[in-house]
Design a binder for this molecule. Structure first.
Ligand code: UD1
Length: 364
């Protein structure tokens, strides 16, 4: 990459990508002579509250290119993104593409770029749950194996990549890009008045999110989780912003009216951050929320049996409870008794990850 001004396309598509591209976009904007940074949105997520609201609240520039792919089976969605993104790459001839996290848009864009011999940077590389039934795990393994610059959030990422034979000089431990957005927006989020509109008081409610196919697409697993939620909901109200995928399944399983659980529509980044920083604890099967709660020092009970973010268990406030009702209730009770897990911040989770990545790219 010797050209003077580098053209970089950041590819994003799904909700957890947006808070990762925001700090990168801000950092690239500081060096207009060195970088032309374009944002391509695949349209994997398209509802206003799953996409547009994040661009607005995080002040992400409007995407330069929008593919409008939408929902579909994994093959259909990945394939459609590849077909359209290939045309863009041929036309735009980027010097590098940046992909984020582990969603279908990530792997689709990386597959296109590698075949066109366009270098790839993967932001949030190296994470492994070692559970190949998770679509994200396949996306992570494939993306990392064809990326040229692997930006890892924590040392476990480096270890995983080295074990898979990735050359040391391709791996850069830069810290967690999600934390950049959290640090940047924390004060702004704290000023919002979200709690009164939901009749909640600080420290007196639990926050729930659920969207993993292994949980929400299975009536048996959902029933196990709700068995625990009904018990916990008697002790502390649970507020539940519902992902569209989950909404469909809750309707199907008749779980929309459960005492103690308040269902609300998906929230914007700032509103959700406000709810997270003020709650007693979080119950979730999300990836990123495990990291955010660790940074905020809020206990997190993760409704999964594995995590690709083990540092949140060893250093942070995270505990795996799977869909095991006994374990979920026992851990929630511990927190309610004042025996919540205390965590500490992993190295480089300091809000300066985008700066480190762009510094590396400037040196190429
Ligand atoms: C995707 C990611 C997952 C990430 C999650 C965050 C993959 C394989 N999965 O899962 O890693 O944690 O995003 O939200 O990429 N839908 C809407 N409106 C939207 C988007 C989706 O109604 O704007 C509904 C559609 O019915 C769709 C379903 O949600 O079929 C699932 O969407 P999809 O993007 O396939 O996967 P997610 O479950 O959102």
């Amino acid at each position: 990459m010797s050209k003077k001004r580098k053209k970089i396309i950041s590819v994003v598509g799904a909700r957890p990508n947006f808070m990762k591209v925001a700090p990168m976009s801000r950092e690239f904007a500081k060096y207009p002579k060195q970088f032309q940074h374009l944002i391509l949105h695949t349209g994997q997520h398209y509802d206003a509250n799953m996409s547009k609201v994040f661009f607005e609240e995080l002040s992400i520039p409007k995407p330069d290119i929008y593919l409008g792919i939408g929902s579909g089976g994994h093959g259909e969605q990945t394939g459609k993104i590849m077909i359209e993104f290939e045309k863009i790459c041929v036309q735009e001839k980027p010097d590098l593409i940046l992909v984020y996290g582990d969603v279908n848009s990530t792997v689709a864009a990386a597959l296109v770029a590698v075949k066109l011999h366009i270098p790839i940077g993967h932001v949030e590389a190296g994470l492994r749950s070692f559970d190949r039934a998770m679509p994200e795990e396949i996306n992570r393994i494939l993306t990392d194996s064809i990326s040229d610059y692997l930006f890892t959030p924590s040392p476990d990422g480096d270890v995983n990549l080295r074990k898979e034979g990735v050359a040391k000089n391709k791996i850069f431990m830069v810290g967690d890009i999600m934390v950049d957005s959290l640090v940047f927006n924390r004060k702004k989020a704290a000023k919002l008045s979200v709690l009164p509109s939901l009749n909640l008081s600080p420290g007196a409610y639990a926050l729930l999110t659920l969207h993993r196919p292994s949980n929400v697409d299975s009536q048996e697993n959902m029933s196990r989780i709700f068995k625990a939620l009904k018990v916990i909901g008697k002790k502390i109200p649970i507020v539940f912003p519902v992902h569209p995928r989950t909404k469909k399944m809750l309707d199907r399983f008749g779980l929309t009216k459960v005492p103690g659980i308040e269902l609300v529509s998906p929230l914007g980044y700032l509103e959700f951050l406000n709810l997270m920083m003020n709650c007693k604890f979080v119950l979730s099967d999300s990836g990123g929320i495990q990291e955010e709660t660790t940074v905020l020092g809020i206990p997190c009970l993760t409704l999964r049996d594995t995590t690709e973010r083990p540092i949140t268990l060893t250093h942070g406030t995270n505990t795996l409870v799977w869909h095991n009702p006994k374990k979920i209730i026992a851990e929630a009770n511990k927190i309610l008794r004042g025996q919540a897990k205390k965590g500490r911040l992993p190295d480089f989770w300091d809000g300066k990850t985008a700066k480190r990545i762009v510094k590396i790219l400037k040196g190429l």
